[in-house]
Design a protein around this ligand. Structure first.
Ligand code: AP5
Ligand code: MG
Ligand code: ZN
Length: 212
């Protein structure tokens, strides 16, 4: 099964994608996590991506598409995956469709996690992220068992560099301009499903399970 997660920054794409990946035993592929891991490790890719990410802008399509296609070509992705944060522009979606078509394949479902902008800034300032395994927490809504430590891998949790309120505002703007059109794109392909992302994370997941 090939699943795409759509939604504004902070809508809970990563939170839900992790739960889907665990439940359905498919890899969780997040372009944001791949970039952050590269930044942490000081790679050339990380240096390039950081320039855009710190300003709340999108990393250029060319670079992002190459990274994503490399990742989904790995053997653990052969029976499906859940994409979180990709595609984020119409050209990215078109490349993904074209590549899958070559393999006689296609995206099965695009799940739009719907959360209004008003809810987003509060979520971001309370978010804590694990840069090692990609898990995310919220100091109130979804706290880790031990403060500051990842439940999954024991690493230290951090506040993401792009979660400052000013950068979040920019990311929301970029989302509305460049990513929101994908809702119509997948709706036109009759594979769009929308869930109310303002509910508790476990209720959002229950809604997703009903769809899948
Ligand atoms: P990326 O890492 O994808 O960031 P994003 O889309 O801005 O989304 P977030 O990860 O911030 O939010 P999320 O929806 O995953 O929410 P989460 O589950 O963490 O991308 C970062 C940057 O990388 C981009 O700005 C861009 O520069 C670059 N990039 C990445 N992909 C790219 C691409 N394809 N093309 C170009 N550039 C790209 O939840 C948020 C918080 O809310 C957490 O604290 C969580 O615990 C909490 N929460 C979750 N669900 C709930 C709930 N139901 N109720 C209450 N709290 C909740
Ligand atoms: Mg995320
Ligand atoms: Zn972790």
């Amino acid at each position: 099964m090939k699943i795409i997660m759509l939604g504004a920054p902070g809508a809970g794409k990563g939170t839900q994608a992790k739960m889907i990946a665990e439940q359905y035993k498919i890899p969780h592929v997040s372009t944001g996590d791949i970039f952050r891991a590269n930044i942490k490790n000081g790679t050339e890719l990380g240096k390039e991506a950081k320039k855009y990410m710190d300003e709340g802008k999108l990393v250029p399509d060319e670079l992002t598409v190459r990274i994503l296609l490399d990742r989904v070509a790995q053997s653990d992705c052969k029976d499906g995956y859940v994409l979180d944060g990709f595609p984020r522009t119409i050209p990215q979606a078109e490349v993904l469709d074209a590549e899958l078509k070559k393999l006689g394949d296609q995206v099965d479902v695009a799940i739009n996690v719907d959360v209004p902008d008003e809810n987003i800034v509060g979520r971001m300032s309370g978010r804590r992220a694990c840069l090692k395994c990609g898990a995310t927490y919220h100091i109130q809504a979804l706290p880790p068992k031990q403060e500051g430590i990842c439940d999954h891998c024991g690493s230290e949790l951090v506040l993401r560099d792009d979660d400052k309120p000013e950068t979040v505002k920019k990311r929301l703007e970029v989302y509305h301009q460049q990513t929101q059109p994908l809702i119509e794109y997948y709706s036109g392909k009759k594979i769009l499903q929308t869930v109310d992302g303002t509910q508790d994370a476990k209720d959002v997941f229950a809604a997703i399970e009903r769809i899948l």
